[in-house]
Design a protein around this ligand. Structure first.
Ligand code: DQA
Length: 168
């Protein structure tokens, strides 16, 4: 389980929540010609290092379950300053994840390891793309690092959102 941190994490740093969807726990060995040889743990290690350099606090979460991802997106409200998401195959199918992202009203950055637009047509539609501030695809593990840099740039110019009080 990831640690819960506030919108501003330790030392007042904005918190970016990184969500990975189904089968991304297998990268490193899963179709390496498409997704590269770095494991999720290695990518997250690089992200934590970059987050320190950028003055961000990072919370990461992976699930193969749509509901667990939605619960995590809902929990981000009032706790995260931005969401960076690779929803994997749910990108192309999940209205529920799209709705959750809209509901929390946080800046969203969509990332993909592979260039989905060079792949099968069923990977071209994203139900997240128009909810996101932007999309970064095709750079392998660097998509996540570029996404984190995009989050830092966004958060440095946007007024910080205040944590939303819990609804009764
Ligand atoms: C992916 C692309 C999706 O189409 C696929 O289902 C994934 C990974 C990517 O990062 O390239 O699982 O999101």
């Amino acid at each position: 389980m990831p640690s819960r941190k506030a919108t501003s994490g330790r030392a007042g740093q904005p918190a970016v929540w990184v969500l990975h969807g189904p089968n991304l726990n297998l990268i490193g060995t899963r179709e390496p010609e498409l997704y590269g040889r770095a494991t999720l743990q290695e990518i997250e290690g690089r992200m934590h290092q970059l987050a320190r350099e950028l003055g961000l606090s990072l919370v990461t979460f992976q699930s193969n379950s749509e509901g667990a991802l939605i619960d995590r997106i809902q929990a981000a409200r009032g706790a995260a300053a931005a969401i960076l998401i690779n929803a994997a195959a749910y990108t192309h199918t999940s209205i529920a994840i799209r709705d959750a992202l809209r509901a929390v009203e946080l800046p969203v950055i969509e990332v993909h390891l592979s260039n989905v637009y060079k792949r099968e047509p069923f990977r071209h539609p994203s139900l997240i793309a128009d909810v996101a501030v932007g999309q970064i695809v095709g750079f392998g593990a660097d998509s996540y690092l570029l996404g984190l840099r995009a989050a830092a740039a966004l958060l440095s110019r946007a007024p910080q959102r205040r944590p939303t009080p819990a609804r009764r």
